[in-house]
Design a protein around this ligand. Structure first.
Ligand SMILES: N[C@@H](CCC(=O)N[C@@H](CS)C(=O)NCC(=O)O)C(=O)O
Length: 211
């Protein structure tokens, strides 16, 4: 049985959405990062970087959501093209884009725009500008592709949960119509809704206003 250690954040939801879409049985355990539970000695044995998500599966223990998505895709045989194929590398470059850009930069935008508004005008502008740039990159890509690659893959599971925080990074999704089309299509999938509500249900998936 897979155990997912997670909290109600984009990085955690990447993995619960993947588990739901893959149909793999799992148990979700709450690690409340608001109460510093990520620093407990037992959790640090699995996740030495003191961050969620983490998972165990028999004798395997993993931290870093990207590694976990690849592990689960291998295990299920789903949502990842064959290793070494052109489509595999197309998918992987977007996985890396998320891990190195879309996640960390939007996380910084939340830090300055939502949690510390008014403390640094420069930082707010810098990360808001970067958020808009990244949405532009994604929008241009999705203008010619139904998903991150030609079919649903772990790259969608990696990117979508960050887009679900569009309000926090002050993005009007109506300005990015291809992102909006992709976001809404995935939000309507029952497995996305189930995964979004792990490890606990804190409300419905945010939807951009209709114009
Ligand atoms: N690169 C990591 C990032 C994980 C991460 O930043 N997790 C946040 C929640 S979304 C966390 O656990 N923060 C707690 C802390 O910083 O102490 C991944 O993709 O798994």
């Amino acid at each position: 049985m897979i155990t997912l250690y997670s909290w109600t954040t984009p990085n955690g939801r990447k993995v619960s959405i993947a588990l739901e879409e893959m149909g793999l049985p799992y148990k979700a355990v709450e690690v409340n990062i608001g109460k510093d539970e990520q620093f407990t000695p037992d959790f640090l044995k699995i996740s030495p970087n003191n961050r969620i998500p983490a998972l165990t599966d028999g004798g395997t223990a993993l931290f870093e959501s990207g590694a976990m998505l690849m592990y689960l895709a291998e295990k299920s045989g789903k949502f990842m093209p064959p290793y070494g194929s052109d489509r595999y590398w197309q998918m992987m470059q977007w996985m890396m884009w998320q891990m190195g850009g879309f996640g960390p930069m939007l996380g910084q935008a939340h830090h300055f725009l939502k949690y510390n508004a008014g403390t640094s005008e420069y930082s707010e502008a810098r990360f808001h500008t970067e958020a808009k740039r990244l949405y532009g990159v994604l929008d241009r890509h999705l203008a010619t592709s139904p998903y991150i690659i030609d079919e649903l893959s772990i790259a969608d599971f990696a990117i979508w949960p960050w887009a679900s925080r569009f309000e926090w990074h002050q993005i009007d999704m109506n300005a990015f119509p291809h992102v909006k089309r992709w976001y809404l299509e995935l939000a309507a999938r029952p497995a996305f809704e189930r995964g979004y509500k792990q490890p606990s249900d804190v409300g419905e998936i945010p939807l951009p206003c209709v114009v």
